[in-house]
Design a binder for this molecule. Sequence first.
Ligand SMILES: [Zn+2]
Length: 444
Amino acid sequence: MGISIMPDPAYLMTMRDGTIKQINPSTGTRVWTVPGRGSRPQTQTTGETRPVSDTDWTHGCAFCSARYLETPPEKARLIRNGDDWQTLEHVPAERLFDTVAEFRAVPNLFEIVSYNYWHDNYGYVLPAPIAAHKRAYLASDQGRRHVCAVQGAKMRLLGTPAEDIASLEQDQMLCHADGFFGGSHDVVIARRHWVDGARTTTDLASAGTLTPDEHEQYIRLTLHAMENLYTTNRYVRYVAAFQNWLKPAGASFDHLHKQLVAIDEHGANADQVLSRVRENLNFFNECGVNYASYHNLLVAENASAIAFAGFGHRYPAIEIYSKSAKVRPWEHSSEEVRDISDLMHAIHAATGPDVPCNEEWHHVPVDVDVPMPWRINIKWRVSTVAGFEGDTKIYINTISPHEVHESVTKRLYELRAAGAIADIRIADECSGAPNPLKYNPSLW
Ligand SMILES: [Zn+2]
């Protein structure tokens, strides 16, 4: 048989005129960076800028701290006493304001995949512990009023006339409440809408403005919510986790939050990647981290995570990988979670709160028999050139991977010197040793 695999596949190729052609190793997406199109991410300025009022701090949006009753009944919250963090599960309605949630996990009011989807298609019903939680929550007057109010708000937003909602008895409202307890689309919400000491409404609290400790807890609660979605619904095959920051990136609120959506498929991306890994178990090392290292794209590293400027993405992207032998995110050790959180936090801090971005988590679907590392892409939603993609399926990305690398690492050095991020290795300080990702058992 002839040579079927090129020793150095052209995922990244610079032409003589400076055009950079990229191919995404996982998806095959073709991307060009054309010279002279400007290399700075465009920051997003919101239309309205005004001082943050006293009411804004607590009531700025439905995710703010005085509006706990506008989200469905809480699944879990993290509270803080100095350096001591504690998880409270299923806080009853009458206790919601007894503590301040640093982060809270709640069901999404409008689920992408609804409780009824699982109920009607699979016969899913609330598992006993969740049914008991629902009964306990609704046993109190305040709990019942809360759920009815949320149900009423949802119906109003869906266009039901107010008089029709008012005519419903409490029991009629509550009979649709299962989705508020056993739904499979969660939101993990941070406490702050604006940074401490914010002067104007543009001083938003992004992931990069949290402290490294706070960011770690944010990741922990997200992992907790992810594990729960898998364990409470046995029909779930994949839980998509993502964070849309600012409206151009698809966020409905400028208030930091992540979303988790359980689905009954792997998703197209996971299936595509799966076929690559079946061909080459070491795919994520060879075509990801090693390749990035040989092309001087490593951005940051610590004991159990590594990040590089991604190639073959429609938007400028930084890819962050767990080096752990564990493939399920929620089975990572405390140190491993801290390490990947530190890199995510550093990349968000280097990106800056003004740049709209998507954070996409990827992990191996629970019913898949080959290992894949936990990995996260952070994509800057800067403007792209339109009009060319439809014909050719070639996308134009205005910032090259090397420009992403340069701007992020420059900022990381400054942030590290200022003590604003954890102590991580940056750029040339990364080890560069081949095959750092230990998901592949052949490397053990
Ligand atoms: Zn808010």
